[in-house]
Design a protein around this ligand. Structure first.
Ligand code: PRX
Length: 647
């Protein structure tokens, strides 16, 4: 593992709000005196009632509250307090030649108020869950903020999920309202969003949905159900342009965001208002050292937590100007990121390692043909970054002169937890470096005992957090027991991240990846159990077991072992049908890269599938399968290896 230290680049060190000494001081203070530390941060937000209580939490039993007697409105913090003439969103369309948009804070406020009024007119009330299924257009942010303005709870579903997946999330959230668009565009293709919502509503028991608000984006033809569907552009002109923000309690829910776990169906991670917003705001300004007038580009989709925190709530609460991009890095060619940076003079660029690995394949030339001199800071998120990708990012994109912030966090953490500060922290390629203010990481062994570390020593184990921070998720929608079970019982009284990590001799943190049955495919979290249940939904499948295996670009890819019902022969047509089933049940991102039809799966005598063996076989690592003598039928392993070799 490379351990080269990159000192803070000169320009960043000369012009920073946080030096290394200040970071250490503030970090120490945030741990020693959390109340004092957080009280000082309160002026970051506009409060309707300033809180007097800071953190008030317990992890055994689990009850997490921050700023609990405060009142505020998240949308008002993201809109009303900023200069209406300042640019909020610079929007770049999927096709390079297509017209873009520039939206000022004043326009964003008006649009948000109008959509909020439209939602009220459709019957949305405070506390109602509103499902948002949108392309990457400014109206996605408008929809989220409109919900926040009236105290409704948004549940954004990534536009790549299938009708089936939408239906599951609608039902779990008991959501009676949907905001969508006619269609989206991605990489030159049309994404039929409204048709997908129709399918979800027409083919499932989602009769509870009363109204669908449809944004006209491509102008493509869509079916409109007369008593259910409403065009946004029609309602827009019929409702007032102002809307008083609903006074919300600090701990009122702001949003639900579904994410995959190692078991069962996706979990509706619940974030509340004040703590989440303050965390998004503080981490945005500190981790990206954002300065007024700069253009910040986070390439995530609003359907993921990164889009929530670093496209919408962090930057907009800070009055920043964001670039929002509808397309993908490879369309029309693999220089699209760099072309957009040059065109709009982007200052801060935040993306995923998988996107870098994908464009790296084409060499340096696509980057070098663009003027990237506007860039001041680079960031990554979503998965461990391999040192090769880090070094390429540094050398080719950053010309060796820009800080790179590798930010480790999760849907459940609300914002970055382990990350360098750009003007302060020397970096090491592949390490997320040091904890952010208030964050107390530790490594535990299998029994949950904290592994002590002497100065200069290196340790590794499972990553836990020892104390709550304001941005922490409060619960899972409708299932607090599952919240407790998932995060706080493996190591009682500690938050278990499900990541493995090591801490090196300098105290730097290196995240090594998930230790549960979650696969990180191109920075997207995918539960193996979800993919398995999608596969067994096919009539010919008897059983399925899914594991991750290393992939040059995606980080991890999906490998599915499938046994068929008696008498069903394997065929290419069947493989295609299995892929189609997964696409139908979940969406394109869950389709396995390999499907391995096998006569049997390795099971213990008690019937438990031994995934360790399946992982090794998927990795072509037959030498270290470990003890297979406890298998009910050890010969299964031979058949699996033979099947793997024949692929
Ligand atoms: O395994 C870690 C990985 O992504 C997981 C969280 O996924 P999700 O909730 O979808 O949020 C992704 C965006 C915040 C983590 O458990 N992960 C995220 N960032 C990093 C990372 N692994 C290593 N380094 C990172 N910077």
């Amino acid at each position: 593992m490379t351990d080269t230290i990159h000192p803070v680049p000169e320009a960043a060190a000369a012009d920073t709000r946080t030096t290394l000494a200040q970071y250490h001081d503030r970090y120490a203070r945030s741990i020693a005196d959390p109340d004092g530390f957080w009280r000082e941060q309160l002026p970051r937000l506009d409060w309707l009632r300033t809180p007097t209580v800071m953190g008030n939490w317990s992890w055994d039993p689990v009850r997490i509250r921050w700023f609990e007697d405060g009142m505020l409105n998240a949308a008002a913090n993201c809109l009303d307090r900023h200069d209406p003439a300042a640019t909020a969103i610079v929007w770049e369309a999927d096709a390079p030649g297509a017209p873009g948009r520039r939206i000022s804070y004043g326009e964003l406020l008006e649009d948000t108020c109008r959509m909020a009024n439209a939602l009220v007119a459709l019957g949305v009330e405070r506390g109602d869950r509103v499902t948002i299924y949108m392309p990457m257009i400014p109206e996605a942010a408008v929809a989220m903020l409109a919900c926040a303005r009236i105290g409704a709870v948004h549940s954004v579903v990534f536009g790549g999920f299938s009708a089936e997946a939408i239906a599951g999330r609608l039902e779990d959230a008991d959501s009676r309202f949907v905001i969508t668009a006619d269609e989206g565009r991605r990489g030159g293709k049309t994404v039929p969003l409204k048709a997908c919502v129709d399918e979800a509503l027409d083919t499932h028991a989602t009769a509870q949905v009363e109204a669908v608000l449809v944004v006209r984006h491509t102008g493509g033809k869509v079916a409109m159900h007369p008593d259910r569907d409403h065009w946004w552009h029609e309602l827009r002109s019929q409702v007032p342009a102002t809307c008083t923000p609903e006074p919300m309690n600090a701990e009122d829910p702001l949003f639900i965001l579904y994410t995959s776990g190692s078991t069962g169906k996706p979990k509706g991670v619940l974030h509340t208002t004040a703590g989440y917003l303050l965390w998004a705001n503080l981490t945005f300004e500190t981790v990206f050292d954002y300065k007024a007038g700069e253009l910040f580009w986070c390439t995530a989709d609003v359907g993921w937590i990164t889009g929530h925190s670093y496209i919408v709530y962090g930057p907009l609460s800070a009055g920043a100007t964001i670039l929002m991009f509808e397309g993908i890095p490879s369309y029309p060619a693999s220089d699209r990121f760099w072309q957009v940076i040059e065109k709009h003079r982007v200052n801060i660029f935040y993306t995923a390692p998988t996107a870098l690995r994908a464009v790296m394949r084409d060499g340096d030339a696509p980057v070098l043909k663009h003027d990237l001199s506007s860039l001041r800071l680079l960031g990554t998120v979503g998965e461990p970054i391999n040192p090769e990708a880090w070094n390429w990012y540094d050398r080719v994109v950053g010309k060796g002169k820009l800080p790179i912030v590798d930010t480790w966090w999760q849907t459940e953490t609300g914002g970055a937890l382990i990350t360098p500060l750009p003007g302060a922290t020397p970096t090491k390629p592949g390490s997320a470096t040091l904890p952010f203010y208030g964050v107390q990481p530790a490594l535990v062994d299998a029994e949950g005992t904290i592994i002590p570390r002497a100065d200069g020593e290196e340790i590794s184990g499972n990553l836990v957090l020892l104390a709550s921070w304001p941005g922490q998720a409060r619960s899972l929608h409708g299932d607090h027991e599952r919240f407790t079970q998932t995060y706080f019982t493996t190591y009682r009284g500690k938050y278990f991240t499900s990541d493995g990590a090591r801490q090196d001799k300098d105290g730097y943190w290196w995240i090594t990846g998930r230790v549960d049955d979650v696969i990180n495919v191109s920075g997207h979290r995918m539960g193996t159990a979800e993919v398995e249940s999608a596969l067994v939904a096919h009539q010919d499948v008897a059983e399925a077991a899914v594991v991750g295996f290393p992939h040059d670009i995606k980080g991890q890819a999906i490998y599915a072992y499938v046994t068929l019902n008696a008498g069903i022969p394997a065929s290419d047509a069947l493989l295609a049908a299995l892929r189609a089933t997964v696409r139908h049940e979940i969406g394109g991102i869950a389709v396995p890269d390999h499907i391995h039809i096998t006569p049997g799966l390795p099971k213990t005598r008690s019937g438990k599938i031994m995934r360790r063996i399946l992982r090794k076989i998927a990795e072509n690592d037959f030498a270290s399968l470990g003890d297979t003598s406890t298998l009910a039928d050890p010969s299964v392993v031979e058949a699996l290896i033979e099947g793997r070799l024949n692929r």
